[in-house]
Design a protein around this ligand. Structure first.
Ligand SMILES: [Ca+2]
Ligand SMILES: [Ca+2]
Length: 220
């Protein structure tokens, strides 16, 4: 009698998703930034002065993934060398540019902060959290921090051991922020999206842009 030792039961399991290697992009329109007014008095605060928000306006995001190493490029409508830093509330995120990865493609695991971040398991982020003090104009290069963080249940983010952001660069000619880091487990089912965020002074509004507007795309 010939015995068939082939693991038939294993064949019945759904195939594990293939690791993703390659390049994926998301395009986003120019001029589609959102204002979120958070003034508790419900008075609409109109930004004063000659603000331009090009540095919050995402036009394209690309991610290259190779052996779990991610290079994320966030292209903006504009990226001035100098920005105004005037958020008076210490330890408040004043600027951030983030690429989110829902690695398992499951909105019920990972971040549960709000609808548009629901399910994110990792983020690669370039950011500035306010140190308080007087308003000043400075280069982002002088002030930014970078991180790869993993989402915890409940919505907080923790730096991921062994997955620290390896580099961040700013290109003022192509208006592009680039950040590299390790994000394990990315596969063709993984969802991803990007967000730019600015919370200036204490005047009660947040400026943000998201790519894509439909909240997420898949890597493949
Ligand atoms: Ca945009
Ligand atoms: Ca998830």
């Amino acid at each position: 009698m010939v015995v068939d030792y082939r693991p038939l039961a294993l064949n019945a399991l759904p195939a594990a998703p293939e690791p993703f290697t390659g390049y994926s992009t998301i395009s986003d329109p120019k001029g589609d930034i959102d204002f979120t007014f958070i003034d508790i008095s419900n008075v609409i605060v109109v930004p004063k002065g000659d603000f331009t928000f090009s540095f919050i306006d995402i036009t394209n995001v690309g991610v290259r993934v190779e052996d779990g190493e991610v290079t994320a490029e966030i292209q903006l409508a504009g990226l001035p060398e100098q920005l105004t830093f005037n958020q008076a509330e210490k330890h408040t995120i004043e600027y951030s540019w983030t690429v989110y990865f829902d690695v398992d493609g499951n909105p019920d695991t990972g971040a549960d902060l709000k609808k548009e971040r629901k399910g994110a398991d990792y983020e690669l982020v370039i950011y500035y959290d306010s140190q308080g003090g007087v308003a000043t104009v400075d280069t982002l290069l002088n002030r930014y921090k970078k991180a790869v963080r993993k989402a915890k249940a409940g919505g907080s983010w923790v730096p991921e051991a062994g997955a620290l952001a390896t580099s961040a660069t700013m290109n003022y000619t192509t208006n592009t922020l680039t950040i590299q880091g390790l994000v394990p487990g990315l596969n063709a089912n993984s969802r991803w999206w990007a967000e730019a965020y600015w919370y200036p002074e204490s005047s009660g509004y947040i400026v943000n842009d998201r790519a894509p507007d439909t909240y997420y795309d898949t890597l493949q």
